[in-house]
Structure formats: C-alpha cells, structure tokens
Design a protein around this ligand. Structure first.
Ligand SMILES: Nc1ncnc2c1ncn2[C@@H]1O[C@H](COP(=O)(O)OP(=O)(O)O)[C@@H](O)[C@H]1O
Ligand SMILES: [Mg+2]
Length: 443
C-alpha cells in the first residue's frame, strides 16, 4: 500500500477519455483531486485506430485534470477493453515441508506454478489474480501465510491482452508524455469502484456499458473470477435510431438520451416527437415507439451476456446474487429494469463509492472505470483496497438530482415539465421536435 501518493487513472474509452487523479492519504483513504474528460478520438471499440488523434485527446484529458488538481501527471494506470483480453483460470500447487508453516515464498511458488501455462506468444499478461487458497483440502482461505499443511493449492485468474492493441495504447500514452504504470481490465476497474462491502462476500456480475463495447466482469467474493466483452454498446442503439428515423447520429444520440427508454412501458406515455429526417420530410413518433426501437438492441446485449455466463459458469441466476451496471449507457431510462428481467437477479446502477474529494463530479456510472483505475493502482492486486470500506473513509456525496436507479425501485418518473429536465445538450434544429404533452401543461 502506497501512502501520501498521487495515483492517476486514464480510462481510454470509445466515447470519452477520462483522467482521474487520486491522492492516497495516510491510512489509505482516497481523495479524488482532479478529473478531466474529453471526447474520445482515434478509438474504435476499445482499440486505437488513429495514434495521433488518440494521443492528442489523451493529452487534453490529462491537461484538464492537471489544471483542476494543480498536480503534474507523470504516470498513469490505463484501462483495457475486454475485447483484447483472454482470460483463463489456472491451478497451482506448492508442496510444504513437514512441520513448517507456510511462508510468502510458498504462496509465490504456488502462484508461479499456476502461471506456468503455455500462452499464445501474441499475448501479454495483464493480471495474475490469485483466488482463494486451499491448504490440505481446506478451501476458502484468503491468506495461508502462517498456516500449517503439506499441500498448498491456488486458483489463479490470468488475464492476458493481445500484444498489438496494448502496444498501440502504450504508444499513445507515451507520446502524450506519460509513463504507463500498469494496465487494468476495464470491467475490473469498474467493479473495484462500485462493489459494496456486502457484495465482497457474494458473486456479482459487473456490466460496464460503454459506447462501442459492453465489458463484463464476474467477481466471486471480491476476486475477479471471469471476464468477457460484448462488442455492442450504446453507440449501436444510437445507430439503430439514426437508421430507422433517418436522422444524423448526433441527433439520434440526443433523442436517445432525452426521451429514450430501454423498456417501452417506462417511456413517457404522453410524449410525441416530431422528427425532421435528413431528407427534410417530417414525421411524428411517440416516446413509446422510440423505445420499441431501442429495446431489441439493449435486450440483445443482456442476452449475449447471459449466454456467455451460462456457457462458462452456469445459469446466471444460480451462480450470481446480483448485477451492477456501470458505464454511460447504464443511464438510459429503464436499463436496470430490463436487465432485471433478463437476468432474473437484483440489478443496481453502480456509482464510484468509498472515496472523498470531488465525489460530486465522479459519482456517476460513467466514471466507475476511471476511479477504479486509481483504486487498482493503490493495491495492484485486483481487489478493492481495504481502506475503501474503512470507518474513517469520507462518505461519497450523492450526484446532484441524479436518483440512484435500483431495479427494485419504481421506474424513474419522466420529467413533468421541461424546466425540471436534466440539462442536456440541446438537439440541433433539424430535429424539429415538439413535445405536445409537456407544453400543454406548461404554457
Ligand atoms: N444519459 C444517458 N442516457 C443514455 N445513454 C447515455 C447517457 N449518457 C451516456 N450514454 C451512452 O453511454 C455511452 C458511452 O459510455 P461511456 O461509459 O460514457 O463511454 P465509453 O464508450 O468511452 O466507455 C454512449 O453510447 C452514450 O450514448
Ligand atoms: Mg468506458
């Protein structure tokens, strides 16, 4: 554990690039002292496709966070989307001499033996995450050091990334004048920032819903036990709307954020929009119909996650106790409710917790990975730092006016008048929307 240090997370996503600067105080409490978010450039589905543009955007994100914190950033922990990663769980064994207690070098030997699996030379190991230990058949041991036994076993979850995309990421970060202190799987970072203390004892599925990809991490008693990546994200929902409504992507994005819902039942039933297509014709569409365009894609994402977990771990409702949604696309109205339908599990939206400082800025699901990278940097063991749950940790300040969406709650009501709506980028003129229901009451 590092003390009184600055740790910086750099979340390079498809939609945005976020820098989060954390300061670790004595005792391990974490204050967020800087944040900088810019539109992502040069990235597609978690991969660098244009080195120069990505480098430039990284630089801007870092500079923004530096200005807020007054700190000069030199090195960063960087997120990696799961589509470049391959994960395996490998078993390691170490024999212990009779009448000797287990020491750290025995633990290291067991882990090393688990690591000694043939890996594709095109892969670079990102994480070696020991799960629980088994001593002479006794399972569920978190730390075997000091125990007696003759046989120490461990399951190690190994996550390796494809060398090419990792090299490209490293190159951009270095070109931006920074040292890469480490890589961390995107969904692992999101989980570290959002898992509650009680969930440390359960199996939970963290679903990070970004623009180009949806990253999945399964945590078993606080350890990353499985990960996957679905190559579909919020951008695909936007693209569906753009194609069907025949409007540009930016307008489709605005319509989705302001009026969209993942479940038509939760759409504003009194709302009708007037859409002006790219060719100039106009047509009316209700929010209900809008959501009927959105639902299949969102459903497809959750269906693919379900299939993936069913095939690798078993029926999701049997292996897991809950689902945490993070990432910007988790903000779409009705998303937790749809997820609950698909997974048949309790679902909540995860926001970074257990930190101090600029909590009002980073307490949104889209910042989970950025904050999680800082927490990963503290321990570098892939577990939530113990201090995050400590008694003297600052309570996170709730995001202003943003209700914590819990699937078991009643659906979030649609804003009843435009003045109460969350400030969102104004749709451009071509949209020509008319909100009949709202204005009837309002004018
Ligand atoms: N309020 C919102 N409602 C619906 N979707 C949203 C909202 N805010 C962001 N999104 C979606 O979240 C996605 C971006 O996710 P995010 O986690 O912020 O970035 P990244 O793609 O870089 O991981 C986009 O597809 C965007 O449409
Ligand atoms: Mg992301």
């Amino acid at each position: 554990m590092k003390d009184n240090t600055i740790i910086v997370g750099l979340d390079i996503g498809t939609t945005k690039i976020t820098t989060v600067i954390g300061e670790v105080a004595e005792g391990g409490t974490v204050d967020i002292i800087g944040e900088g978010t810019v539109h992502s450039e040069g990235m597609k589905r978690g991969s660098v496709v244009n080195l120069e543009r990505a480098t430039q955007a990284i630089r801007q994100s870092i500079q923004t966070a530096e200005r807020v914190s007054g700190v000069k950033v030199e090195s960063v922990f960087v997120s990696v989307a799961g589509n470049h990663a391959k994960a395996i769980t490998s078993h390691g064994l170490a024999a212990i001499r009779r009448n000797q207690e287990i020491v750290q070098s025995d633990v290291n030997r067991a882990i090393e033996n688990a690591r000694a699996v043939p890996l594709d030379p095109n892969l670079e190991i990102i994480h070696t995450l020991p799960q629980e230990y088994v001593v002479d058949g006794q399972e569920g041991i978190k730390n075997p050091v000091g125990m007696h036994g003759v046989r120490l076993e461990v399951d190690v979850h190994i996550v390796a990334g494809t060398a090419g995309p990792l090299l490209n990421l490293r190159r951009c970060v270095q070109e931006a004048g920074l040292h890469v202190e480490g890589f961390a799987l995107h969904a692992l970072a999101s989980g570290l920032a959002t898992l509650e203390a009680a969930e440390q004892g359960q199996t939970v599925v963290v679903v990070d819903m970004g623009g180009g990809t949806t990253d999945v991490a399964v945590f078993k008693r606080g350890n990353l036990a499985h990960s996957a990546c679905i190559p579909i994200g919020g951008e695909h929902v936007t693209a569906d709307l753009a194609q069907i409504l025949k409007i540009p992507m930016e307008e489709a994005e605005n319509v989705k954020r302001r009026y969209g819902a993942a479940l038509p039942e939760l759409a504003d039933q009194d709302l009708t929009l007037e859409i002006t297509t790219s060719s100039g014709s106009t047509h009316a569409i209700t929010a209900f119909e809008l959501s009927r365009i959105i639902k299949p894609r969102m459903s497809e994402i959750f269906g693919m996650i379900r299939d993936e977990i069913d095939q690798t771990l078993g029926p999701v409702e049997l292996v897991a106790q809950g689902v945490i949604l993070t990432g910007g696309a988790a903000l779409l109205r009705g998303t937790p409710e749809l997820a609950r339908d698909r997974f048949r599990l309790p679902v909540r939206v995860g926001r970074p917790r257990g930190i101090g400082g600029l909590t009002d800025i980073v307490a949104a699901p889209g910042f989970a990975a950025g904050v999680g990278l800082v927490l990963y940097g503290i321990g570098e063991d892939g577990r939530v730092p113990a201090s995050v749950y400590g008694p003297d940790v600052h309570e996170p300040v709730a995001a202003p006016a943003a209700p914590v969406a819990v699937a078991t709650d009643l659906p979030a009501p649609a804003p009843s008048a435009p003045v109460t709506a969350k400030p969102e980028p104004k749709p451009s003129q071509g949209l020509g929307e008319r909100i009949r229901g709202w204005f009837k009451d309002w004018m």
